[in-house]
Design a binder for this molecule. Structure first.
Ligand SMILES: CCCNC(=O)[C@H](O)[C@@H](O)C(=O)O
Length: 344
């Protein structure tokens, strides 16, 4: 059997906080490049992912960059554009001939994007979509959501007071954890109220926030309106790759995106492990042509550096999933007409 086509979806590397809460001792000036920017830790994480992919696909990709075999698209965000560039530096270190300067072991490779206002594929949740908002309202009335709010009411009040955020909720608390996580990662002293137990509880609430976005209530319909849009695009490319002759050049499609991109996609595939996609984590789709000529799809998830990606299996299929079966099983979470299905 032979590997015919690969699609990658990865989260950017380590970044500075998106924002600071009002009473945070560290405001934007505390960060070298300000908020939301890829750090050198993040650049290294992406370069390392690129090197791991180079090893994994050393017999699949040409060892020198060939423009027809790879296409990279990123959201129009500094951290994702820079992540893709760092990733490519690891994936395609130029061989002798390709070095445009003998002192620089790097070559430019295009990273495509669309303006943020036109991004309809890689940034989630996709809005505006009235039906999705309706599902979110229904989710807020679910027992799970109401209980979670009740169980954490005192805690959320404490966090509101300590942070100076007035309207804190299960849906906004993610950014308190995120900011503190970034500060902790970069060895900045945390305020005294942030004990290890507080961080643990904040992390749990942050993870619940991701569940709220794409699950808890009516996961399948939420998937049709969210992650299923990206999955539809990926399915179309897998099907196209299975229908062109073997020397079809495009071998690798890479999408440089966000944690919500990976979570939306994995919720649609029903393979989400309930843990926020880590920095530079990568979901892999590999299309194989078997000896009998049929095609199968294998999925992997690399969410720990230095470890091999682990196999992901879509429910009701085996890890090596025949393409037709993969398409049948994912039909329910792919929108027929997104605009129409968003109408209420
Ligand atoms: C409103 C802030 C949205 N957050 C982002 O864009 C981040 O990149 C986030 O998705 C991430 O992956 O860290």
């Amino acid at each position: 059997r032979s590997l015919r086509f690969v699609t990658l979806v990865y989260r950017h590397g380590d970044r500075s906080p998106i924002k600071a809460f009002p009473r945070d001792p560290y405001q934007e000036s505390a960060w070298p490049q300000g908020f939301g920017q890829l750090t050198q830790v993040g650049m290294r994480q992406q370069w390392e992912l690129g090197q791991a992919l180079r090893r994994r696909y050393r017999d699949f990709l040409s060892d020198t960059y060939r423009r027809q075999e790879i296409f990279i698209r990123s959201t129009d965000c500094d951290r994702t554009l820079m992540s893709a560039e760092a990733n490519l530096a690891g994936l395609y270190p130029p061989g002798g001939q390709q070095m445009f300067n003998p002192n620089i072991s790097w070559q430019p490779i295009p990273v495509h994007t669309v303006p943020e206002s036109d991004e309809r594929l890689l940034k989630f949740p996709l809005t505006p979509c009235p039906r999705y908002e309706q599902l979110q309202t229904e989710t807020r009335h679910s027992a799970e959501y109401i209980n979670k709010t009740k169980e954490n009411w005192q805690f959320l009040q404490m966090v509101a007071k300590e942070t100076g955020i007035r309207d804190i909720s299960l849906e906004s608390v993610w950014s308190v954890y995120d900011t503190l996580f970034c500060e902790q990662t970069h060895k900045m002293d945390l305020p005294a109220w942030v004990t290890p137990d507080v961080m643990t509880q904040l992390k749990q609430l942050k993870d619940f926030g991701f569940e709220f976005l794409f699950g808890i209530h009516n996961r399948v319909e939420k998937a049709r309106l969210q992650g299923g849009v990206l999955l539809d695009h990926i399915r179309k490319n897998l099907t196209k790759a299975a229908n062109v002759s073997a020397h079809q050049n495009l071998k690798l499609l890479a999408y440089s995106a966000h944690d919500t991109t990976l979570v939306a996609l994995q919720m649609a595939l029903d393979v989400y492990n309930k843990i926020q996609a880590p920095y530079a984590s990568c979901h892999l789709f590999e299309l194989y042509q078997e000896d009998d000529g049929n095609f199968s799809v294998e999925m992997f998830y690399r969410n720990e550096s230095g470890k091999e990606p682990f196999p992901l299996t879509i429910p009701d299929c085996q890890h090596k999933c025949p393409l037709q079966r993969f398409l049948e099983l994912t039909d329910p979470v792919v929108p027929q007409d997104w605009e129409q299905e968003c109408k209420v």
